[in-house]
Write a protein that binds this ligand. Structure first.
Ligand SMILES: [Zn+2]
Length: 486
């Protein structure tokens, strides 16, 4: 009877959600590679990520019970094992709540991060910020700290505006003094992303004003480090996909895409929306650029990885790219996602190599050959120094996240076991490779949280803020050390 009454509290759409969190495990990564290749339409989260733990390789996915039955029939259990770790519908009852009302009172109250609070005190933030609270939190920063806000030029399908801010020392509020760019909320269901970013900026501004340091679990930063991080000039957009987040928060149906219905089929709800993180101008036309055996995106509107009708067909991705024109000196970028526990660095289309500059994403000679990570027909060229820098940053940042004391994070090359096209991190790094007149940007994808667990519990929500905030801090400091300019 208890289970029944619990189900009664869930919205109707959640009851219709048939979603199981599964892990494929194998002794050989290549077997998992074959699982992805043969089942490219499964929901692998942001992108397929294979983690190594205790001598085996693990790949996570969200599947329906029908898909699970078919997988069980097609996979040899002696080679690839399937563990059903969680029924996501049941789990929803235990997730961190979405805030009701407006805790920031239209901007009269400014958000305060976790790193600037007294240690050891229990924290109740009031749940995950709803979409309106993200806007009023930004207003709160503007009112309290004179943070410069900007409105991105393209409205979303539902007519919402996307806003960003510049967190800086007062004397540096110039467009050519911003070197760091942070975004979150592109995949709607990845709850807590905008909160991570807003609380981090709030911490920096609070600690700067009060001349204190910041503490994230066991990881501490001094006030001079706070000042140094602020000096890197941070441009941030906490919520790049407000339509999708509003829809996910209302329905609890693990919504990932935006809400553009242009390509949708009548009566097919899952065919609404574009996967914004396959819509950037980076090898977007994957059927031309990649080997036919891999699917780095999808041209099927019902897929979670539907790439849209053209590169930058969506207002949300146009807004994210526009920031590079507004702030031309941006050098370092993170797009914040969940849920895997990784920091991914370039490239994401194939395995890196530093020997043959001709094997590069713009060379038509390699069309139809990219993306097979197991072969050496094609590997993506990266300059040796760039490779060293992007990996060093990923190592430092994940080390800091681990130092918080909550859990492990791994630095990985974005391609991992399987390629992606049209992603924000690769687009940002590829801009300079296409046009040497623009600034070179090192682009990253941060995946906080636990595999395929997009709706954190209240405890996980808090831990994610601590982990990511230490990561952002370290990212800014390491960027300053490696270099903010060419
Ligand atoms: Zn994502």
């Amino acid at each position: 009877m208890k289970a029944l009454s619990l189900l009664g509290l869930l919205p109707a759409s959640a009851l219709a959600l048939d979603a199981l969190s599964v892990a494929f495990t194998s002794d050989e990564a290549s077997h998992l590679y074959n699982v992805i290749r043969r089942n490219s339409e499964l929901d692998y989260g942001c992108r397929p990520v294979v983690m190594r733990s205790e001598g085996e390789h693990r790949l996570h996915a969200i599947v329906s019970s029908e898909q699970l039955e078919s997988l069980k029939r097609s996979l040899d259990p002696a080679v690839v094992r399937i563990e059903v770790s969680e029924n996501l519908q049941k789990r929803q009852a235990a997730t961190a709540p979405i805030g009701k009302g407006d805790r920031f009172k239209g901007g009269k109250v400014a958000p305060q991060g976790l790193g600037s609070r007294k240690a050891g005190q229990p924290v109740d933030l009031g749940g995950i910020m709803n979409v309106d609270e993200v806007y009023s939190a930004m207003k709160g920063l503007e009112n309290k700290y004179k943070t410069d806000l900007f409105t991105a030029p393209y409205k979303t399908y539902e007519g919402q505006t996307v806003i960003g801010g510049v967190a800086n020392k007062a004397e540096q509020k110039k467009k050519d003094k911003q070197y760091i760019y942070l975004t979150s909320g592109i995949h709607a269901r990845e709850r807590g992303g905008p909160d991570n970013l807003i609380y981090f900026i709030s911490d920096l501004l609070y600690a700067n004003e009060h001349r204190t340091g910041l503490t994230y679990g066991k990881k501490k930063y001094t006030n001079s480090q706070v000042k140094k991080a602020l000096g890197t000039g941070i441009v941030f957009i906490p919520l790049t996909n407000p339509d999708g987040v509003r829809y996910d928060q209302k329905n609890g149906n693990l919504w990932r895409k935006n809400r553009n219905p242009t390509s949708s089929f009548p009566g097919n709800e899952r065919s609404v929306g574009v996967d914004l993180n396959r819509n950037f101008d980076f090898l977007w036309n994957y059927t031309k650029h990649f080997d036919p055996s891999v699917s780095p995106a999808s041209n099927n509107p019902s897929s979670e990885a539907f790439y849209g009708t053209a590169p930058f067909s969506e207002p949300e991705t146009k807004n994210m790219a526009w920031v590079y024109d507004m702030f031309p000196k941006i050098r370092w970028f993170i797009d914040v996602h969940s849920a895997a526990g990784t920091l991914l660095y370039s490239w994401g289309d194939d395995v890196n190599q530093a020997n043959d500059p001709k094997q590069n994403l713009f060379n038509p000679r390699y069309d139809g050959k990219r993306g097979v990570v197991e072969d050496s027909l094609y590997k993506e060229y990266i300059d040796e120094e760039d490779w060293y820098n992007v990996a060093l940053q990923a190592n430092r940042t994940t080390d800091a996240m681990v130092s918080v004391g909550g859990r492990t994070y791994e630095p990985q090359q974005a391609v991992g076991l399987y390629p992606t096209s049209g992603a924000s991190d690769d687009y940002s790094f590829s801009r300079w490779h296409k046009n040497k007149k623009v600034n070179k940007v090192y682009g990253y994808t941060m995946e906080f949280g636990y595999p395929t667990n997009f709706y954190p519990t209240s405890e996980e929500f808090i831990q994610n803020i601590l982990d990511t905030n230490a990561g952002f801090m370290e990212f800014c400091l390491t960027a300053a050390e490696i270099g903010l300019k060419d």
